[in-house]
Design a protein around this ligand. Structure first.
Ligand SMILES: Nc1ncnc2c1ncn2[C@@H]1O[C@H](COP(=O)(O)OP(=O)(O)OP(=O)(O)O)[C@@H](O)[C@H]1O
Ligand SMILES: [Mg+2]
Length: 367
């Protein structure tokens, strides 16, 4: 997929060496030319015929990763392996013994990833949890419900103007299966992209019948095909987020370990309560994930304690550190899980995904 040869970036001895394409600039959301860089846009219904295909057993090639999880990405050959190989390698590094399983839930779990505060890691969390679960045999759909289209970018799914997107599902009742695209290189992962069209949806939805439950209806049309549906919300509490809250059984709130972290959370919780009272009685705030934790600061520690005191067992044990690999990955059209599976960012998201999967099994879905 990343067919364009590029020069190796300058790296320090402590950094992983990569022979990856140049980072995508803002213009990367513009039309992707019809090259191998374009992920398959085959209808999801056809693509779903094939179940989980990423092996979880290490091969002989992965023997180097067998000893323990490395923080360094091994040197790579001149020829970039295809993305499917990246996925295989990611599993070998993250789960070298192949003994860790992320059990599939017995019913589809729909998680709304929400926090109206901007830049707290909603999209990063959505993308990396989705990839981690898909790499371990779960069938996963990401619904990009943010007009910024960051989740679509992060999964390298075309989302330029004219591409069928979630707007079509919300406003024109187009079935989800017609707009979902297979994510290249990650078996069992699909994405309903957001294009710039979605920017108008917030206004247009106001006059549409059953405006709060359009997404719920779209997802309900295809629940049996996915183990997980992650809905990446915009940083607002408007009708798009309300649609996500109506469509989900669970809310996952990423909280950035920084000073104003808890400010505004009351407003989000109030909205969730309102949706629960009037529209979606079983909606549950099942999961809180601490993101961008910087262990060098006492503040991060204090925020973590505050959040754990307030939300108790809803807070995942896994905490996502601030890690440069996490922020670099989207510019290569990858999750950190495949971009640098040995990084602390990747191992932390792997642990978070595992916890979510185990909680789902232990509690029968919505925790
Ligand atoms: N653990 C991390 N370490 C370093 N950078 C991170 C980490 N998580 C997220 N980032 C970076 O922080 C920025 C914001 O993250 P992200 O886009 O996921 O937040 P968001 O809540 O989805 O934002 P928005 O509210 O705009 O949708 C991005 O540039 C992302 O790459
Ligand atoms: Mg986002």
């Amino acid at each position: 997929m990343y067919g364009t040869p590029v020069t190796e970036p300058e790296v320090s001895a402590s950094e992983p060496r990569r022979s990856a394409p140049a980072p995508r600039s803002e213009s990367a959301v513009a039309p992707v030319s019809g090259s191998a860089a374009v992920p398959s846009s085959a209808p999801v219904s056809a693509a779903l015929a094939a179940p989980a295909a990423v092996a979880t057993q290490p091969s002989a090639e992965g023997a180097a990763a067998d000893e323990h999880v490395s923080r360094e990405t091994p040197d790579r050959d001149e020829d970039d392996p295809p993305l499917a190989m990246e996925a295989l390698r990611a599993v070998q590094i993250l789960n070298p013994s192949g003994e860790i399983h992320m059990p599939r839930p017995d019913h589809p779990r729909v998680l709304c990833v929400a926090n109206q505060k901007g830049g707290v890691g909603k999209t990063t969390t959505t993308v990396n949890l989705a990839v981690a679960l898909a790499l371990h045999g779960n069938r996963v759909l990401v619904v990009d419900l943010d007009p910024q289209g960051n989740a679509s970018t992060g999964l390298n799914v075309p989302h330029h103007a004219g591409v069928p997107d979630v707007y079509d599902c919300l406003i024109d009742n187009v079935p989800l299966a017609e707009v979902a695209q297979a994510v290249e290189g990650i078996p069992n992962l699909f994405c309903v992209p957001a294009t710039i069209d979605l920017a108008g949806a917030e206004i247009e939805l106001v006059s549409v019948v059953a405006r709060e439950s359009r997404l719920q209806r779209a997802i309900a049309g295809h629940p049996e095909k996915f183990d997980y549906v992650f809905i990446d919300c915009p940083p607002s509490l408007g009708l798009l987020t309300v649609n996500a809250l109506c469509a989900a059984q669970e809310v996952l709130i990423p909280i950035q370990c920084e000073y104003y972290a808890l400010e505004g959370l009351n407003q989000l919780i109030n909205n969730i309560n309102l949706v629960r009272q009037h529209l979606n009685p079983t909606l549950d705030v099942s999961t809180i994930l601490l993101t961008m934790y910087d262990r060098r600061t006492r503040l991060a520690d204090a925020v973590e304690q505050d959040v754990r005191n307030h939300f108790g067992s809803k807070v995942l044990d896994a905490v996502i550190p601030r890690n440069v690999r996490v922020s670099e990955a989207p510019s290569y059209g990858q999750s950190v899980m495949t971009y640098d599976p040995g990084s602390r960012g990747a191992t932390s998201y792997f642990e978070a995904a595992l916890e979510i999967a185990m909680r789902g099994v232990n509690t029968g879905g919505a925790a």
